[in-house]
Design a protein around this ligand. Structure first.
Ligand code: TRP
Length: 413
């Protein structure tokens, strides 16, 4: 968000409409009257707050979340949340987006909304610090998507690489649902409705954020500065950018059966780690082994921290030494897998245990989501009011319009 200039501040405090918008956000000031001094003070405080980040991100509820989600974005969100350097944080369950390719399976989406909410809480997302909500409950997002549709061409959507691969994956060919085809537009609405500055997501979402940025630029160019251009926040660790499945395939996905879920039981985690894809040419312990494309080492890159060596593998000082030994030959897969298993167990146990606690009071989770939806809806409504004004479709709260029309028709007589 741009810092307001003195001229901007002056314009806000001299316009009743703009200043009233701020007043509603700072009700305390109404107790002191509205002198020039108080107005300036209020706008400055708002300005400082607006300097902060608004973080927004979401997940489709098509299954429980897995460790790919965790390293790709979830852990980052929790860290950002706990660091507290943001103005607002929104995390949402993208059920409407999940329906774009599950329209005949609403039960699947419905069942997984609560699963994702539990995974969020289990990972440490805290509803007192972040607004957690469900996409479909914010009708303003549909409204904004509808206006955005006029700013994007069909050929631009066809060029979106993520949409392209997804269409192939789902064998849609020419029978693509329009809603699915246009989901990048609705995702732009998700982001901009909350004035998000920062979107922590995995690498596969990059084209979506780029699309959103283009829409914002186009909108602001036509209608004046109204929307905030978001930035993507990618994981800084290459292994976390796109964690492969346990079978070494590029993507961890439920349909490929190669996931480790956040809620997985200890024995399942062990089974999956011990049967993980490694280097297929590393047949005997003494053979030199490859690190590249070796899933076990990719997972170690993503999850291993220095203290894990002290705890579980004190013969090695760090990951580089372990890799070097494997590459030289003389280090067996089983030993490395046991080490990874210890790390995965240590990482996932507290998450699993917290989830079990939250599972004991399911109505409280729905309550939390409902409250989140209320907060989110108010935020989206605020942006939509700016959007309608910018697009000149705010007929009933624009007194000047009526006066102008009165004049026009009086002059015609
Ligand atoms: N497309 C994202 C996914 O598949 C989910 C999503 C929907 C999202 N709207 C968003 C993510 C807005 C970030 C911002 O996981």
């Amino acid at each position: 968000m741009k810092r307001l200039s003195y001229l901007d501040i002056f314009n806000i405090i001299s316009s009743e409409h703009e200043y009233n918008k701020i007043r509603t956000r700072f009700p305390v000031y109404t107790h002191f009257g509205h002198s020039f001094f108080i107005r300036t003070f209020a706008v400055n405080i708002l300005n400082d707050k607006e300097m902060g980040k608004i973080i927004l991100t979401g997940d489709r509820p098509t299954g429980r979340l897995h460790i790919g989600h965790y390293v790709g974005s979830l852990k980052r969100r929790v860290d950002l949340q706990n660091a507290g350097q943001y103005e607002k944080m929104f995390v949402f369950i993208a059920d409407a987006q999940a329906l774009t390719d599950n329209i005949d399976n609403p039960e699947k989406v419905r069942q997984n909304v609560i699963e994702v909410a539990l995974d969020y809480l289990a990972c440490g997302l805290d509803p007192t610090k972040a607004t957690i909500f469900i996409q479909s409950q914010i009708p303003e997002l549909c409204e904004l998507s509808f206006y955005f549709m006029d700013l994007v061409t069909v050929s631009r959507l066809q060029r979106n690489p993520t949409v392209k691969t997804e269409i192939q994956m789902r064998n849609f060919e020419t029978s693509i649902p329009v809603g699915f085809f246009t989901y990048p537009i609705s995702q732009a609405a998700d982001i901009t409705a909350f004035r998000a500055t920062t979107v922590p997501v995995g690498e596969d979402q990059e084209p979506m954020i780029e699309q959103a940025r283009e829409i914002v630029r186009r909108f602001n160019h036509i209608y004046g500065d109204t929307l905030v251009e978001p930035e993507i926040l990618l994981p800084d660790n290459a292994a976390c950018l796109r964690l492969p499945g346990t079978d070494g395939k590029a993507k961890m996905s439920k349909s490929l059966g190669n996931c480790i879920y956040l809620s997985e039981e200890a024995d399942e985690i062990q089974k999956k780690v011990m049967s993980m894809f490694t280097d297929p040419d590393h047949l005997r312990v003494q053979d030199p082994g490859k690190i590249e494309g070796n899933t076990v080492f990719t997972y170690l890159d993503a999850f291993c921290r220095p203290e894990h060596f002290e705890r579980y593998l004190p013969d090695y000082p760090d990951l580089n030494e372990l890799k070097a030994h494997y590459q030289r030959g003389g280090l067996g897969d089983v030993k490395v897998k046991r080490f990874l298993n210890a790390i995965m167990q240590e990482t996932l146990e507290p998450i699993r245990n917290r989830r079990k606690e939250f599972e004991k009071d399911i109505p409280a989770i729905y309550d939390m989501l409902k409250q989140g939806c209320d907060v989110a809806r108010a935020a989206a409504a605020d942006t939509l009011s700016d959007v309608r004004k910018a697009m000149k479709i705010n007929y009933f709260d624009d007194a000047d319009l009526i006066a102008e029309q009165v004049k026009k028709f009086a002059a015609e007589k």
